[in-house]
Ligand binder design. Structure first.
Ligand SMILES: *Cc1c(COP(=O)(O)O)cnc(C)c1O
Length: 380
């Protein structure tokens, strides 16, 4: 199927493509005070809390901005003065959490593990035991820079046994993975309005344990990102403190309805898994090699080695894909010779089949033809 290159399908780790029905909601000018806005806000907040099974004990707080704003707000609020955050990183997004602490002056420690495998619970246990000052632990659930899925349940278990507060960057997993508040006992998860929730980018969500947030009262050196204040204001007035992203919020409520209609997180997980399977199988047939072992890979994005063929260039593959209506993404980390194709968003298996055909055509166009697996082996 030919796609319209001026309206491309985003096969990237974010922003992701969203449905026409969600986009259409944004065509109306929307006031910040009306009953419609209030109803959308209440519904969306309640839906987010419901997704983690946290009704009663948790609250969902939207802040205008990307998901990094939510990460910064959560760290600023929940790690108290005198507290210390243990951050795990095996990629770009773990590194960004460290940067947030460095910028906000929060005391932190870091465990760095290799990029293509998940961390182990034992590594967290050792780090916690080695440093009694640690009060909180933060983990990136799905590390989007590689696609590696980190062991949430095992880390939650370590935190519970040691009495540490758990903060989760679930930006690339929330909405497609089972993230259960009662089982994990987390203090906060952070979420993007885009990615697996499939609404427009522009809201950084946090779903926070009410007791933890209550303890954060006044624990702020920032006005706009004050999570406690944003939450209490919303609870009292059903409004944002400052000009809300009204269209984006309305689209978010619509995206929640579509999430629900699809069958919630389990259905979305199955669809993304089918996308990922079709993509990876198709790319392997063309001779591409994945970077992350399948057992550690999450179905939201796949990372491929650039083929060693002299005629291959990622820029030309990117242009070839773009002209055929697909946007793909270069590698991150120190992963110079890799590229990524995302499986999230309003994307189905047939789109992935088309994308693989577009890769085959683009490869032929650049003169990388008739090659088997061995000749296309990774360039390292
Ligand atoms: C996308 C993403 C973020 C936040 O990125 P923003 O550009 O601020 O939206 C954080 N963590 C993970 C795991 C992500 O995938």
């Amino acid at each position: 199927m030919r796609r319209d290159p001026s309206n491309p399908l985003l096969l990237t780790p974010g922003p992701v493509s969203i449905s026409m029905t969600t986009k259409r909601v944004m065509l109306t000018d929307r006031a910040s005070g009306g009953v419609e806005f209030q109803a959308d806000l209440q519904f969306a907040r309640d839906y987010m809390v419901g997704l983690v099974g946290g009704r009663g004990d948790y609250t969902a707080v939207p802040l205008p901005g990307s998901a990094t704003y939510a990460n910064e707000a959560v760290i600023a609020a929940l790690v108290p003065v005198g507290g210390k955050l243990l951050i795990h990183t095996n990629g770009v997004y773990g590194d960004r959490l460290i940067e947030i602490c460095a910028h906000t002056g929060k005391s932190y420690g870091a465990i760095r593990t290799p990029p293509f495998t998940p961390a182990t619970a034992a590594q967290f246990e050792a780090a916690i035991e080695a440093d009694p000052a640690i009060t909180h632990v933060m983990i990136v659930h799905c590390e989007t820079s590689t696609g590696v899925l980190n062991p949430l349940e095992a880390v939650a278990d370590v935190c519970r046994r040691h009495g540490k507060g758990l903060l989760i960057d679930a930006v690339a997993s929330f909405g497609a993975f089972d993230i259960d508040a009662k089982r994990l006992g987390f203090q906060a998860v952070t979420v993007s309005s885009n990615k697996c929730m499939q609404a427009a980018p522009g809201i950084g969500w946090s779903v926070v344990q009410k007791t933890a947030l209550e303890n954060a009262k006044g624990n702020h050196s920032t006005l706009a990102l004050d999570l406690w204040d944003q939450n209490q204001h919303m609870d009292r007035t059903a409004a944002f403190r400052f000009t809300p992203p009204t269209q984006v919020l309305a689209a978010f409520a619509q995206a929640c309805r579509e999430h629900q209609a699809e069958g919630g997180a389990p259905a979305r997980f199955r669809r993304y898994s089918r996308n990922w399977r079709r993509l990876v199988d198709g790319m392997r047939q063309l001779g591409f090699v994945t970077v992350v072992p399948d057992e550690f890979a999450s179905p939201i994005v796949a990372t491929f080695h650039n083929p060693a063929h002299p005629a291959f260039s990622f820029e030309r593959l990117f242009e070839g894909m773009k002209k055929r209506g697909f946007i793909i993404f270069p590698g991150r980390l120190a992963l110079a010779n890799t590229f990524r194709i995302g499986c999230m968003g309003d994307v189905v298996e047939a789109d992935m089949a088309d994308a693989v055909s577009a890769v085959a055509e683009s490869m032929e166009e650049m003169g990388v033809v008739g090659l088997g697996r061995t000749e296309l082996a990774m360039s390292g």
